[in-house]
Design a protein around this ligand. Structure first.
Ligand SMILES: [Zn+2]
Length: 214
């Protein structure tokens, strides 16, 4: 990976602040819930800090850590560091992670069996994110949760965590936030459509997921 320049790090901090505001405005994160990270190089990751509202951050409060989660600079990072680091260890081309507790996604993930796949209602979910698996509950911040996330993201750009939320990833933060949005929108359609919505058929989904960029 290329060297971290001051400009590159500043732009990444700026992105975390801007996308934090965007998620907060959209209602995908509320209170101090949710967290974001951007990988700067093989051994350096910027995280949103613990206890902060994502809509009210500044570039200075961002936390810089190494791949073991040791703080190099800034505030204490989110408690979900293990979950983010698990993504960066297993998906080398991923540069951004977006974790939300968005309402419809959590509702869906907490009402179905772990190990199942969320039915696909929109082509954009299949083409951008792939097949989203529901993983069972593990405590926030635990290594076990990191392992579940790792498994769920092996072949898709998002995973649903029962009684918790969404982890969405991308080659940049816009793609990760977009994936989190796709999951939330699809979960909303499933909730609003309940028994009468028709998900896309298997053949259409199989055609669309060939477009997913992992
Ligand atoms: Zn969480």
């Amino acid at each position: 990976m290329e060297k971290i320049t001051y400009e590159k790090e500043y732009l990444a901090r700026r992105e975390l602040v801007l996308w934090g505001k965007e998620l907060y405005t959209q209602g995908l994160v509320k209170g101090s819930g949710g967290n974001l990270s951007i990988r700067l190089d093989d051994n350096t990751v910027l995280f949103t800090p613990t206890g902060f509202f994502l809509g009210h951050m500044t570039e200075e409060c961002i936390s810089k850590c190494d791949m073991e989660g040791k703080v190099l600079d800034g505030e204490q990072p989110t408690k979900e560091v293990p979950l983010h680091l698990a993504v960066y260890r297993t998906r080398p081309n991923i540069r951004a992670v977006c974790h939300t507790h968005s309402i419809y996604a959590v509702t869906y993930a907490s009402s179905v069996e772990p190990g199942t796949i969320m039915p696909v209602c929109t082509p954009s979910l299949a083409a951008k994110v792939g097949l989203v698996e529901i993983k069972g509950y593990a405590h926030p911040g635990s290594i076990e949760l990191g392992q579940l996330v790792e498994e769920g993201l092996a072949r898709a750009n998002a995973v649903l965590l029962a009684n918790h939320g969404v982890v969405a990833v991308g080659k940049h933060m816009e793609a990760a936030v977009s994936a989190a949005n796709e999951v939330e929108n699809n979960a909303m359609l499933l909730a609003l459509g309940t028994s009468f919505i028709h998900p896309l058929c298997k053949e259409d989904v199989e055609h669309l997921i060939k477009k997913v960029s992992l």
